[in-house]
Design a protein. Structure first.
Lengths: 260, 327
């Protein structure tokens, strides 16, 4: 194959993928407000994506808080700025590290799970069967999942943030003798709504992107068992990339609205 | 069904707890920025805000009381800083308080520190303005340090020159330091000075002694002891004094006898002192004498104006005047 033709083919494939994903998102927004509402399935998905991911997020967040503080301490001590640790860690975690790490964990766990689940349903023609039986598979399978990830991710992020701050406070308490009260006082005095609101808003978008990509990859899975694996894999890769892209966009926009 | 109910309960807990965490975090952040507390606003005008931003902390004597709400450029040299202060502080901050822009530690963010003013002031009112004081900025300190550095550089250059001159042996100081002959001369000079001082001291003590002796020779005691004529005079005076003493003693005895007689009422004086009847008669007689003298004065005055005797009195006056002129 001609290399130029290969590149053009890839670009064409990327554009088709982007267009299909956009169409998929548009269909979601069209279906989400239209009854009937699959409340029970939505709540089940919330449980699966929220509660089932909580422990993973808590453990990861705690370790991130510990590691960040342990790694930063020597440098801050060298500058005589040890007392600035709560301010630095608080702002880093709430603004950036908490939402992004939680989103990446969810991209790994949730996007792959949705991709594999919907992919296997597509492969085993369950989705086709639902269409034939008159049930709207998009509403039942896709809308509920995307909605669940969109709403659950901000909650997971706040859990992750708080546990990461506790991890950091624990290190400060054990190594620097700083009380928990003083630590959290410093954290909240350093934080402003300009840090907290954009971080919370962007975690909604992270959740939406993870659910959207996972559902898209699974819904349009190629036939065969390899297709399911590929769907799960590409769901993780694409949603992780999109998380960073959305993060960049969020920082760019929040820079305009909030003075850093 | 039972499983799904349990899942819903867990999901409910997760959602409620997560939402509460978001709310609490938002409240804590808002609380720090006085979003949920009643506040009042004051302002201060500065020439330079040194990088102060909206949302920076405001402290009153070191206590966190509010945040900077807005910074407005009023004129080309004056910037107005609006501060949102907790309402509870309105009674504590007086209208003579002074706002100073500082930083939270050496590398900390900027903040406004309100300091109590001197004397007694009225509580500041909502929307009021307080005085400001521009503290020394880092730039000012650095410019002063720059001048100091230049001076130190000049001083060190001069010092280097002096040191070079000293080491090369030119000048009096260098000779003092390095010339051994001069050091010996100096040592000898100091020794001589020492000897001279000792001798001078001795001479002065001798002089003092001589002056003392000379004064003794001139004294009265010396005269008493050395002059035979003066001694004879003294002896005669002493003999006279002795005889005078005896006479005084006799005189004193007689006077004593006299006083004793008077006290016993002997003689006229004794009667005068002791006889009360006589005293009363004398007092009566004196009173008559006094009135008689007054009348005599009147008679004499009449005699002066009498044509027979007037000439005599005028003659006396002229004689008196003549005597006065002669004096």
């Amino acid at each position: 194959m001609d290399p130029n033709e290969s590149i053009a083919h890839r670009i064409k494939g990327f554009l088709i993928e982007t267009g299909q994903l956009t169409y998929f998102a548009g269909r979601f927004f069209k279906e989400v407000f239209r009854p009937p509402y699959e409340v029970r399935e939505f709540l089940r998905q919330c449980y699966q994506m929220g509660n089932r991911s909580l422990m993973l997020v808590l453990v990861t967040g705690f370790i991130i808080g510990l590691v960040l503080t342990l790694q930063s301490r020597p440098t801050l001590i060298e500058f005589g700025a040890e007392s600035w640790m709560p301010n630095m860690v608080g702002i880093s975690i709430v603004r950036e590290i908490g939402p992004v790490i939680t989103a990446l964990i969810c991209a790994g766990r949730i996007a792959s799970g949705i991709g594999a689940e919907l992919g296997s349903m597509r492969v085993s023609e369950q989705i086709d069967a639902m269409e034939v039986s008159g049930t709207n598979p998009f509403k039942y399978l896709v809308v509920t999942r995307i909605l669940a990830t969109t709403l659950m991710l901000p909650l997971l992020v706040i859990f992750g943030d708080i546990i990461a701050l506790y991890g950091s406070a624990l290190v400060e308490y054990l190594k620097g003798g700083m009380s928990f009260q003083l630590y959290f006082n410093k954290v909240f005095s350093a934080l402003s709504f300009g840090d907290f609101i954009p971080a919370t808003l962007k975690s909604f978008f992270f959740g939406f992107v993870i659910g959207l990509v996972g559902c898209y990859k699974g819904y349009y899975c190629k036939k065969g068992t390899a297709g399911v694996g590929k769907a799960a894999n590409t769901a993780v890769v694409t949603s992780s990339l999109l998380v960073f892209f959305v993060d960049f966009m969020a920082v760019f926009i929040s820079d305009i609205f909030y003075e850093l | 069904m039972a499983k799904s109910t349990s899942q819903f309960v867990k999901l409910g807990l997760f959602v409620i707890f997560g939402s509460l965490l978001i709310l609490v975090t938002a409240y804590m952040i808002g609380n720090e920025q006085n979003v949920f507390r009643p506040t009042f606003e004051i302002s201060a005008v500065f020439n330079n805000v040194n990088g102060l931003q909206k949302g920076n902390n405001v402290r009153y004597s070191g206590i966190q009381v509010g945040t900077v709400r807005d910074i407005v450029m009023e004129q080309d040299t004056s910037i107005r800083v609006y501060m949102q202060i907790q309402e509870g502080m309105i009674t504590h901050i007086k209208d003579n308080a002074v706002a100073v822009i500082g930083s939270d530690g050496l590398v900390g963010s900027m903040l406004v520190n309100i300091l109590p003013g001197p004397g007694i002031g009225a509580p500041v009112r909502d929307g009021g303005e307080i005085a400001s004081y521009s503290s020394i900025s880092t730039q000012d300190m650095l410019s002063t340090l720059n001048v100091t550095n230049k001076n130190v550089s000049l001083l060190s250059a001069d010092l280097l020159e002096v040191t070079h001159a000293l080491r090369s042996g030119s000048g009096v100081l260098a000779q003092l330091l390095y010339d051994s002959t001069m050091a010996k001369d100096l040592r000898q000079g100091f020794h001589n000075l020492n000897v001279s001082t000792a001798r001078t001291e001795e001479a002065i003590s001798r002089l003092n002694k001589m002056i003392g002796e000379w004064r003794l020779e001139q004294s009265t005691l010396r005269l008493l002891t050395d002059d035979p004529e003066f001694t004879g005079q003294i002896q005669r005076v002493a003999a006279n004094l002795d005889s005078s003493g005896q006479e005084i003693r006799e005189l004193t005895g007689r006077i004593n006898d006299l006083i004793g007689g008077v006290q016993q009422g002997e003689g006229t004086l004794g009667m005068l002192m002791t006889d009360s009847t006589m005293a009363a008669e004398i007092r009566h007689g004196l009173r008559h004498l006094d009135s008689g003298l007054v009348k005599f004065d009147e008679n004499m005055e009449a005699l002066k104006h009498n044509w027979l005797t007037r000439g005599y009195f005028k003659k006396l006056e002229r004689q008196q005047e003549k005597e006065n002129k002669n004096r």
